[in-house]
Design a protein. Structure first.
Length: 383
């Protein structure tokens, strides 16, 4: 008999499993359908001996000291500030768009004040910002929208930016200075020995049993667990009662190269051409010294493992039906990007998992944890 079944060994499931085991002395069974822990953040050494991220680049950044301090229990850190270039009009320029981007792209010598006026003259007035397209047009105008955003966003999501929620492009700022960092967070680091090593330390507890290559749907009727943490797709949990929620997937082409470096930065975006959206070179992220290098081409698609909830109004409406089911389901807590159908960064998932654990602890004191489940309040679905 386990106190908890945790479905999914990514950030959401692993954080909650660790907290339940270490803070409550609960017995936890952690399962994942993949053959490894770490979810999409899983990393490992390829045949060349280069440490790569199996599911595309994962860069840790946060403004939350609580999240940073929590993860610091399980890893040392390597300082890393992420920089991205976009290949536009035959040249590679910084993205997010900044002063250097515009000056290099147009052969100008603008100052920050000049750029502010330059962008304002091109921005299109939009009464109500609703879509991803509206966000960009209202800030930088149509020409830069076409160069940097439209085709890239369409490749990434499979639909025009005008059909997506404004949150998609609102995540990418426009800067009038020369700050070329992709993120502006206070804490920007990479796990010194990689994400997988961090997860291994997190889950190294005698109260945690791990089963990999294990599908929840195939074993759920054979397990004896009092309560469940579910981090997979919420529509799958409820057997697609209201239909399938759309998720966007990714395919990766990993390539080993017999040279020390391939590109100037970890990630180069391709917003104008090619079927792939970006190319990642991992040694920039990890700091590894190696005579060879490995890169990954990233191809968005509809089929495959679910990665990103598609932010469209009709999808949000469909999710509400599943969320209502979740709120009425006792002894099951839904946590993470797929279970709450929200596009979270890694630190946000960790924060959500920690918040969910605190609520569990409040609603379910350890002294009563093993009593009849009918005494437990209805579970909460979101952080």
């Amino acid at each position: 008999m386990y106190d908890w079944l945790v479905v999914g060994a990514g950030f959401a499931g692993s954080v909650i499993a660790e907290r339940l085991a270490s803070q409550r002395d609960d017995k936890v069974l952690l399962i994942d359908r993949r053959p490894h822990i770490g979810g999409n953040a899983y990393d490992g050494y390829d045949k060349a001996g280069v440490l790569i991220h199996q599911y595309g680049p994962h860069i840790f950044h946060t403004n939350s000291k609580a999240v940073f301090d929590y993860l610091s229990q399980f890893t040392d850190w390597r300082p890393y500030e992420h920089r991205v270039l976009a290949e536009v009009d035959g040249m590679q320029v910084p993205i997010p768009i900044n002063l250097t981007t515009i000056n290099r792209l147009y052969g100008l010598s603008l100052t920050s004040q000049d750029l502010e006026h330059w962008l304002a003259a091109r921005a299109e007035p939009i009464a109500e910002i609703r879509t991803a397209e509206d966000v960009v047009l209202s800030s930088v105008g149509r020409e830069l929208y076409e160069k940097f955003f439209r085709f890239y966003t369409k490749k990434q999501w499979g639909v025009e930016p005008s059909e997506l929620d404004k949150s998609v492009t609102a995540r990418v700022p426009t800067r009038i200075n020369t700050d070329d960092r992709y993120f502006g967070d206070k804490y920007q680091f990479m796990p010194k020995r990689g994400f997988t090593k961090m997860f291994e330390r997190m889950l190294d507890h005698p109260n945690i049993t791990i089963m990999l290559d294990t599908d929840y749907r195939e074993i759920k009727h054979h397990l004896r667990c009092r309560r469940t943490i579910f981090t997979g797709p919420i529509d799958e949990y409820f057997d697609y009662r209201y239909g399938r929620l759309p998720y966007r997937s990714l395919q990766f082409r990993h390539v080993m190269l017999d040279k020390e470096w391939h590109q100037l930065v970890a990630v180069v975006n391709y917003p104008q051409n090619h079927d792939y959206t970006r190319v990642t070179e991992y040694k920039h992220l990890t700091g590894q010294c190696h005579p060879k290098t490995s890169i990954t081409y990233e191809y968005p698609c509809d089929d495959g493992d679910p990665y990103y909830p598609v932010p469209r109004p009709e999808n949000a409406e469909l999710f509400k039906h599943y969320e209502n089911l979740a709120l009425r389901t006792q002894d099951v807590w839904f946590v993470g990007r797929l279970a709450t159908y929200r596009y979270y960064n890694m630190d946000q998932v960790v924060g959500q998992a920690l918040a969910t654990f605190h609520r569990i602890n409040e609603h379910l004191p350890k002294a009563t944890a093993n009593k009849d489940a009918s005494a437990v309040p209805v579970s909460e679905a979101t952080a």
